[in-house]
Ligand binder design. Structure first.
Ligand SMILES: *Cc1c(COP(=O)(O)O)cnc(C)c1O
Length: 394
Protein backbone atom coordinates (compact mmCIF):
# COMPACT_ATOMS: atom_id res chain seq x y z
CA UNK A 1 0.00 0.00 0.00
CA UNK A 2 1.11 3.55 -0.74
CA UNK A 3 -0.52 6.06 1.57
CA UNK A 4 -0.77 9.51 0.02
CA UNK A 5 -3.65 10.95 1.99
CA UNK A 6 -1.82 12.55 4.90
CA UNK A 7 -4.03 15.65 4.72
CA UNK A 8 -6.99 13.46 5.70
CA UNK A 9 -5.14 11.90 8.58
CA UNK A 10 -1.65 10.68 9.46
CA UNK A 11 -0.29 7.52 10.99
CA UNK A 12 0.29 7.74 14.74
CA UNK A 13 4.05 7.59 15.09
CA UNK A 14 5.53 4.74 17.09
CA UNK A 15 7.01 7.10 19.72
CA UNK A 16 3.62 8.73 20.20
CA UNK A 17 1.92 5.36 20.67
CA UNK A 18 4.56 4.23 23.17
CA UNK A 19 4.24 7.46 25.14
CA UNK A 20 0.44 7.10 25.33
CA UNK A 21 0.34 3.44 26.41
CA UNK A 22 0.95 3.83 30.18
CA UNK A 23 -1.96 6.29 30.44
CA UNK A 24 -4.60 3.65 29.70
CA UNK A 25 -4.08 0.81 32.21
CA UNK A 26 -1.39 2.11 34.55
CA UNK A 27 -1.54 5.88 34.96
CA UNK A 28 -5.30 6.00 34.51
CA UNK A 29 -6.10 8.50 37.30
CA UNK A 30 -8.28 11.50 36.61
CA UNK A 31 -5.59 14.20 36.44
CA UNK A 32 -7.79 16.61 38.38
CA UNK A 33 -7.89 14.45 41.52
CA UNK A 34 -5.76 15.43 44.51
CA UNK A 35 -3.92 12.19 45.43
CA UNK A 36 -0.38 11.74 44.22
CA UNK A 37 -1.36 8.96 41.78
CA UNK A 38 -3.33 11.63 39.89
CA UNK A 39 -0.49 14.10 40.18
CA UNK A 40 1.60 11.99 37.86
CA UNK A 41 -1.11 12.24 35.20
CA UNK A 42 -1.35 15.98 35.65
CA UNK A 43 2.40 16.25 35.30
CA UNK A 44 2.18 14.48 31.94
CA UNK A 45 -0.61 16.84 30.86
CA UNK A 46 1.48 19.85 31.86
CA UNK A 47 4.44 18.56 29.90
CA UNK A 48 2.27 18.03 26.82
CA UNK A 49 0.86 21.53 27.15
CA UNK A 50 4.38 22.91 27.25
CA UNK A 51 5.45 20.95 24.16
CA UNK A 52 2.49 22.35 22.25
CA UNK A 53 3.08 25.89 23.47
CA UNK A 54 6.72 25.59 22.34
CA UNK A 55 5.66 24.40 18.89
CA UNK A 56 3.69 27.61 18.20
CA UNK A 57 5.58 30.11 20.36
CA UNK A 58 2.80 30.40 22.93
CA UNK A 59 2.66 30.11 26.72
CA UNK A 60 1.36 26.85 28.22
CA UNK A 61 -1.56 28.62 29.91
CA UNK A 62 -2.76 29.77 26.50
CA UNK A 63 -3.31 26.19 25.26
CA UNK A 64 -6.74 24.58 25.75
CA UNK A 65 -7.23 20.93 24.86
CA UNK A 66 -10.25 20.05 22.75
CA UNK A 67 -11.52 16.99 20.90
CA UNK A 68 -9.95 18.10 17.60
CA UNK A 69 -9.83 20.71 14.88
CA UNK A 70 -13.58 20.92 14.32
CA UNK A 71 -14.27 21.57 17.98
CA UNK A 72 -11.54 24.21 18.18
CA UNK A 73 -12.97 26.01 15.14
CA UNK A 74 -16.52 25.83 16.51
CA UNK A 75 -15.39 27.10 19.88
CA UNK A 76 -13.35 29.99 18.51
CA UNK A 77 -16.08 31.21 16.19
CA UNK A 78 -19.14 30.70 18.35
CA UNK A 79 -17.70 31.85 21.65
CA UNK A 80 -15.79 34.84 20.29
CA UNK A 81 -18.78 36.17 18.40
CA UNK A 82 -21.04 35.67 21.39
CA UNK A 83 -18.64 37.57 23.57
CA UNK A 84 -18.34 40.49 21.14
CA UNK A 85 -22.03 40.62 20.27
CA UNK A 86 -22.51 44.03 21.81
CA UNK A 87 -19.75 45.48 19.62
CA UNK A 88 -21.16 44.11 16.38
CA UNK A 89 -22.29 41.10 14.41
CA UNK A 90 -19.99 41.07 11.39
CA UNK A 91 -17.48 38.30 10.63
CA UNK A 92 -14.92 38.09 7.83
CA UNK A 93 -13.64 34.80 6.45
CA UNK A 94 -12.50 33.37 3.10
CA UNK A 95 -14.33 31.35 0.48
CA UNK A 96 -11.93 28.40 0.82
CA UNK A 97 -12.14 27.59 4.52
CA UNK A 98 -12.63 24.08 5.84
CA UNK A 99 -16.26 23.16 6.44
CA UNK A 100 -15.65 23.31 10.20
CA UNK A 101 -15.36 27.08 9.70
CA UNK A 102 -17.73 27.56 6.74
CA UNK A 103 -20.61 25.62 8.24
CA UNK A 104 -20.12 27.35 11.60
CA UNK A 105 -20.30 30.68 9.76
CA UNK A 106 -23.53 29.57 8.11
CA UNK A 107 -24.89 28.61 11.52
CA UNK A 108 -23.94 32.03 12.86
CA UNK A 109 -25.70 33.70 9.92
CA UNK A 110 -28.87 31.95 11.03
CA UNK A 111 -28.29 33.43 14.50
CA UNK A 112 -28.29 36.93 13.06
CA UNK A 113 -24.60 37.44 12.31
CA UNK A 114 -23.41 38.73 8.96
CA UNK A 115 -20.50 37.04 7.21
CA UNK A 116 -18.33 38.38 4.39
CA UNK A 117 -16.61 35.63 2.37
CA UNK A 118 -13.48 37.17 0.88
CA UNK A 119 -12.37 35.80 -2.49
CA UNK A 120 -9.05 34.20 -3.32
CA UNK A 121 -6.93 34.56 -6.45
CA UNK A 122 -6.26 31.79 -8.98
CA UNK A 123 -3.65 30.28 -6.64
CA UNK A 124 -5.95 30.24 -3.65
CA UNK A 125 -4.33 33.22 -1.91
CA UNK A 126 -6.80 35.48 -0.12
CA UNK A 127 -7.21 38.95 -1.67
CA UNK A 128 -5.89 41.23 1.04
CA UNK A 129 -7.34 44.39 -0.52
CA UNK A 130 -10.80 42.80 -0.52
CA UNK A 131 -10.32 41.70 3.05
CA UNK A 132 -9.35 45.19 4.14
CA UNK A 133 -12.24 46.71 2.23
CA UNK A 134 -14.66 44.34 3.95
CA UNK A 135 -13.85 45.71 7.42
CA UNK A 136 -16.68 47.67 9.04
CA UNK A 137 -17.10 49.34 12.42
CA UNK A 138 -19.16 46.33 13.55
CA UNK A 139 -16.62 43.68 12.41
CA UNK A 140 -15.77 41.52 15.42
CA UNK A 141 -13.84 38.58 14.02
CA UNK A 142 -11.58 37.65 11.11
CA UNK A 143 -11.03 33.93 10.58
CA UNK A 144 -8.72 32.77 7.79
CA UNK A 145 -7.00 29.39 7.57
CA UNK A 146 -3.20 29.20 7.75
CA UNK A 147 -2.97 26.66 4.92
CA UNK A 148 -5.64 25.09 2.77
CA UNK A 149 -6.38 21.40 3.23
CA UNK A 150 -7.17 20.75 -0.42
CA UNK A 151 -4.72 22.74 -2.53
CA UNK A 152 -2.10 23.39 0.17
CA UNK A 153 -1.86 27.16 -0.38
CA UNK A 154 -0.32 29.00 2.58
CA UNK A 155 -2.09 32.24 3.43
CA UNK A 156 -0.45 35.58 4.29
CA UNK A 157 -1.38 35.18 7.95
CA UNK A 158 1.12 37.75 9.23
CA UNK A 159 -0.34 40.44 6.94
CA UNK A 160 -3.88 39.56 7.99
CA UNK A 161 -2.77 39.68 11.62
CA UNK A 162 -1.48 43.22 11.09
CA UNK A 163 -4.72 44.31 9.45
CA UNK A 164 -6.76 42.78 12.29
CA UNK A 165 -4.63 44.40 14.95
CA UNK A 166 -4.70 47.82 13.28
CA UNK A 167 -8.49 47.65 13.30
CA UNK A 168 -8.88 46.16 16.77
CA UNK A 169 -10.52 42.96 15.47
CA UNK A 170 -10.03 39.47 16.88
CA UNK A 171 -8.15 37.16 14.53
CA UNK A 172 -8.54 33.38 14.46
CA UNK A 173 -6.70 31.00 12.17
CA UNK A 174 -7.51 27.37 11.42
CA UNK A 175 -3.96 25.99 11.42
CA UNK A 176 -4.98 22.33 11.35
CA UNK A 177 -3.04 21.63 8.14
CA UNK A 178 -0.14 23.93 8.96
CA UNK A 179 0.61 23.00 12.56
CA UNK A 180 3.55 20.64 12.79
CA UNK A 181 4.21 20.99 9.04
CA UNK A 182 5.52 24.55 8.73
CA UNK A 183 6.92 26.93 11.36
CA UNK A 184 4.18 28.85 13.22
CA UNK A 185 4.66 31.54 15.83
CA UNK A 186 1.55 33.14 17.25
CA UNK A 187 3.30 36.40 18.12
CA UNK A 188 4.97 36.82 14.76
CA UNK A 189 1.71 35.99 13.00
CA UNK A 190 -0.36 38.22 15.26
CA UNK A 191 -3.12 35.66 15.81
CA UNK A 192 -5.42 35.75 18.82
CA UNK A 193 -6.72 32.22 18.42
CA UNK A 194 -5.35 29.20 16.57
CA UNK A 195 -6.90 25.76 16.00
CA UNK A 196 -4.95 22.53 15.50
CA UNK A 197 -5.58 18.80 15.60
CA UNK A 198 -3.37 15.91 16.72
CA UNK A 199 -4.18 13.43 13.99
CA UNK A 200 -2.95 15.77 11.27
CA UNK A 201 0.63 15.63 12.59
CA UNK A 202 1.10 12.01 13.66
CA UNK A 203 -0.78 12.27 16.94
CA UNK A 204 -3.96 10.42 17.80
CA UNK A 205 -7.47 11.23 16.57
CA UNK A 206 -9.99 12.96 18.81
CA UNK A 207 -7.56 15.40 20.43
CA UNK A 208 -6.72 18.93 19.39
CA UNK A 209 -6.23 22.31 20.94
CA UNK A 210 -7.27 25.90 20.71
CA UNK A 211 -4.68 28.55 21.45
CA UNK A 212 -6.29 31.60 23.02
CA UNK A 213 -4.01 34.59 23.54
CA UNK A 214 -3.83 35.74 27.12
CA UNK A 215 -6.27 38.59 27.62
CA UNK A 216 -8.62 37.54 24.81
CA UNK A 217 -12.01 37.23 26.41
CA UNK A 218 -14.10 34.47 24.97
CA UNK A 219 -16.62 32.33 26.75
CA UNK A 220 -16.58 28.64 27.49
CA UNK A 221 -17.84 26.23 24.85
CA UNK A 222 -18.29 23.09 26.94
CA UNK A 223 -20.05 23.81 30.22
CA UNK A 224 -19.48 21.57 33.22
CA UNK A 225 -16.41 21.01 35.35
CA UNK A 226 -13.60 23.43 36.02
CA UNK A 227 -11.04 21.77 33.73
CA UNK A 228 -8.90 23.92 31.43
CA UNK A 229 -9.31 27.00 33.64
CA UNK A 230 -13.09 26.55 33.45
CA UNK A 231 -13.03 27.24 29.74
CA UNK A 232 -13.45 23.69 28.45
CA UNK A 233 -15.23 21.26 30.74
CA UNK A 234 -14.76 17.51 30.62
CA UNK A 235 -12.33 15.01 32.15
CA UNK A 236 -8.99 15.46 30.48
CA UNK A 237 -8.18 12.90 27.78
CA UNK A 238 -4.82 12.04 29.33
CA UNK A 239 -3.62 9.48 26.75
CA UNK A 240 -4.70 11.75 23.90
CA UNK A 241 -3.05 14.77 25.47
CA UNK A 242 0.19 12.85 26.05
CA UNK A 243 -0.07 11.71 22.41
CA UNK A 244 -0.54 15.17 20.90
CA UNK A 245 2.16 16.56 23.18
CA UNK A 246 4.66 13.93 22.05
CA UNK A 247 3.67 14.51 18.43
CA UNK A 248 4.25 18.25 18.91
CA UNK A 249 7.73 17.63 20.27
CA UNK A 250 8.61 15.28 17.39
CA UNK A 251 7.19 17.74 14.86
CA UNK A 252 9.24 20.62 16.27
CA UNK A 253 12.47 18.61 16.49
CA UNK A 254 12.76 17.60 12.86
CA UNK A 255 10.69 20.36 11.25
CA UNK A 256 13.09 22.05 8.85
CA UNK A 257 14.74 18.83 7.77
CA UNK A 258 11.39 17.17 7.17
CA UNK A 259 10.14 20.19 5.25
CA UNK A 260 13.16 20.12 2.96
CA UNK A 261 12.76 16.40 2.31
CA UNK A 262 9.03 16.62 1.63
CA UNK A 263 9.37 19.71 -0.54
CA UNK A 264 11.98 18.03 -2.75
CA UNK A 265 9.81 14.93 -3.17
CA UNK A 266 6.69 17.02 -3.75
CA UNK A 267 8.40 19.03 -6.47
CA UNK A 268 9.69 15.87 -8.09
CA UNK A 269 6.12 14.55 -8.12
CA UNK A 270 4.70 17.78 -9.54
CA UNK A 271 7.33 17.97 -12.23
CA UNK A 272 6.78 14.40 -13.36
CA UNK A 273 3.01 14.77 -13.51
CA UNK A 274 2.99 18.08 -15.36
CA UNK A 275 5.58 17.02 -17.93
CA UNK A 276 4.38 13.46 -18.54
CA UNK A 277 0.61 13.73 -18.38
CA UNK A 278 -1.02 15.91 -21.04
CA UNK A 279 -3.77 18.38 -20.03
CA UNK A 280 -2.84 18.26 -16.39
CA UNK A 281 -2.55 21.30 -14.13
CA UNK A 282 -1.30 22.01 -10.65
CA UNK A 283 -3.84 23.59 -8.30
CA UNK A 284 -2.66 25.98 -5.64
CA UNK A 285 0.44 28.13 -5.36
CA UNK A 286 3.70 26.83 -6.77
CA UNK A 287 5.87 28.02 -3.86
CA UNK A 288 3.59 29.17 -1.06
CA UNK A 289 2.23 25.69 -0.48
CA UNK A 290 2.47 23.02 2.18
CA UNK A 291 5.63 20.92 1.74
CA UNK A 292 3.59 17.71 1.52
CA UNK A 293 0.73 18.78 -0.75
CA UNK A 294 0.23 18.28 -4.47
CA UNK A 295 -3.16 18.81 -6.09
CA UNK A 296 -3.84 18.27 -9.78
CA UNK A 297 -6.63 18.48 -12.29
CA UNK A 298 -6.76 16.15 -15.27
CA UNK A 299 -9.10 17.32 -17.99
CA UNK A 300 -11.70 14.86 -19.33
CA UNK A 301 -11.42 12.68 -16.23
CA UNK A 302 -13.78 12.01 -13.34
CA UNK A 303 -11.80 12.28 -10.10
CA UNK A 304 -13.85 9.49 -8.58
CA UNK A 305 -12.93 6.96 -11.29
CA UNK A 306 -9.29 7.88 -10.97
CA UNK A 307 -9.39 7.27 -7.21
CA UNK A 308 -11.04 3.88 -7.60
CA UNK A 309 -8.47 2.73 -10.16
CA UNK A 310 -5.60 4.04 -8.03
CA UNK A 311 -7.02 2.11 -5.10
CA UNK A 312 -6.84 -1.05 -7.21
CA UNK A 313 -3.10 -0.39 -7.43
CA UNK A 314 -2.89 -0.02 -3.64
CA UNK A 315 -2.62 3.77 -3.73
CA UNK A 316 -4.61 5.78 -1.18
CA UNK A 317 -5.35 9.24 -2.56
CA UNK A 318 -8.18 11.71 -2.42
CA UNK A 319 -10.02 14.07 -4.71
CA UNK A 320 -9.41 16.97 -2.37
CA UNK A 321 -11.46 16.70 0.75
CA UNK A 322 -12.59 13.72 2.78
CA UNK A 323 -15.73 15.68 3.52
CA UNK A 324 -16.85 16.04 -0.09
CA UNK A 325 -16.14 12.49 -1.20
CA UNK A 326 -19.39 10.73 -1.87
CA UNK A 327 -21.06 13.95 -2.92
CA UNK A 328 -21.27 14.90 -6.57
CA UNK A 329 -20.56 18.57 -6.00
CA UNK A 330 -17.12 19.70 -7.09
CA UNK A 331 -14.88 21.14 -4.39
CA UNK A 332 -15.77 24.67 -3.23
CA UNK A 333 -12.04 25.40 -3.14
CA UNK A 334 -11.46 24.51 -6.80
CA UNK A 335 -14.50 26.55 -7.82
CA UNK A 336 -13.20 29.47 -5.73
CA UNK A 337 -9.88 29.52 -7.61
CA UNK A 338 -11.90 29.88 -10.79
CA UNK A 339 -11.94 26.39 -12.26
CA UNK A 340 -15.03 25.51 -14.30
CA UNK A 341 -17.19 22.64 -12.97
CA UNK A 342 -16.05 20.12 -15.58
CA UNK A 343 -12.37 20.60 -14.75
CA UNK A 344 -12.88 20.80 -10.98
CA UNK A 345 -14.41 17.32 -11.18
CA UNK A 346 -11.15 15.74 -12.31
CA UNK A 347 -9.01 16.60 -9.32
CA UNK A 348 -6.53 14.51 -7.39
CA UNK A 349 -4.87 15.38 -4.07
CA UNK A 350 -1.69 13.56 -3.08
CA UNK A 351 -0.32 14.40 0.36
CA UNK A 352 3.01 12.96 1.44
CA UNK A 353 4.63 12.19 4.75
CA UNK A 354 8.18 11.82 5.96
CA UNK A 355 7.91 8.11 5.16
CA UNK A 356 7.00 8.60 1.50
CA UNK A 357 9.79 7.45 -0.81
CA UNK A 358 10.87 8.30 -4.32
CA UNK A 359 9.86 4.76 -5.34
CA UNK A 360 6.35 5.43 -4.00
CA UNK A 361 6.15 8.57 -6.10
CA UNK A 362 7.49 6.89 -9.24
CA UNK A 363 5.06 4.00 -8.88
CA UNK A 364 2.19 6.44 -8.32
CA UNK A 365 2.98 8.70 -11.27
CA UNK A 366 3.32 5.66 -13.57
CA UNK A 367 -0.05 4.44 -12.34
CA UNK A 368 -1.73 7.84 -12.80
CA UNK A 369 -0.35 8.16 -16.32
CA UNK A 370 -1.73 4.77 -17.34
CA UNK A 371 -5.10 5.31 -15.69
CA UNK A 372 -5.57 8.80 -17.12
CA UNK A 373 -4.77 7.50 -20.60
CA UNK A 374 -7.19 4.62 -20.17
CA UNK A 375 -10.02 6.80 -18.85
CA UNK A 376 -9.51 9.31 -21.64
CA UNK A 377 -9.57 6.58 -24.26
CA UNK A 378 -13.11 5.82 -23.11
CA UNK A 379 -14.19 9.46 -22.98
CA UNK A 380 -16.32 10.83 -25.85
CA UNK A 381 -15.47 14.34 -24.65
CA UNK A 382 -11.78 13.69 -25.06
CA UNK A 383 -12.34 12.15 -28.50
CA UNK A 384 -14.28 15.25 -29.62
CA UNK A 385 -11.62 17.51 -28.21
CA UNK A 386 -8.83 15.71 -30.04
CA UNK A 387 -10.77 15.71 -33.30
CA UNK A 388 -11.53 19.42 -33.05
CA UNK A 389 -7.98 20.32 -32.20
CA UNK A 390 -6.22 18.02 -34.62
CA UNK A 391 -5.15 20.83 -36.86
CA UNK A 392 -4.47 23.37 -34.19
CA UNK A 393 -1.12 23.97 -32.66
CA UNK A 394 -1.58 22.95 -29.03
C1 LIG B 1 -8.93 18.10 9.29
C2 LIG B 1 -9.23 19.55 9.35
C3 LIG B 1 -10.14 20.07 10.29
C4 LIG B 1 -10.92 19.19 11.22
O1 LIG B 1 -10.10 18.60 12.20
P1 LIG B 1 -10.64 17.34 13.01
O2 LIG B 1 -9.61 17.11 14.05
O3 LIG B 1 -10.74 16.21 12.03
O4 LIG B 1 -11.96 17.72 13.58
C5 LIG B 1 -10.34 21.43 10.32
N1 LIG B 1 -9.68 22.25 9.48
C6 LIG B 1 -8.81 21.80 8.58
C7 LIG B 1 -8.08 22.77 7.70
C8 LIG B 1 -8.55 20.43 8.47
O5 LIG B 1 -7.69 19.98 7.56
Amino acid sequence: MIYLDNAATTKVSEEVFEAMKPYFCEQYANPSAIYSFAGRSMKAVDEARKNIADLIGARPEEIYFTAGGSESDNWALKAATEYCRTKGKHIITSTIEHHAVLHTCQYLEKQGYEVTYVNVDEYGVIKLDELEAAIRPDTILITVMAANNEIGTIQPIREIGEIAKKNGILFHTDAVQACGHIPLNVDELGVDMLSASGHKFHGPKGIGFLYIRKGVRIGSFMHGGAQERSRRAGTLNTPGIVGIGTAAKLAADGLLKRMAKETALRDFLIKRVLTEIPYSRLNGHEEDRLPNNANFCFRFIEGESLLILLDQQGICASSGSACTSGSLDPSHVLLAIGLPHEIAHGSLRLTLSEETTREDINFTVDAIAKIVERLRSMSPLYEDFIRQNQNKDL
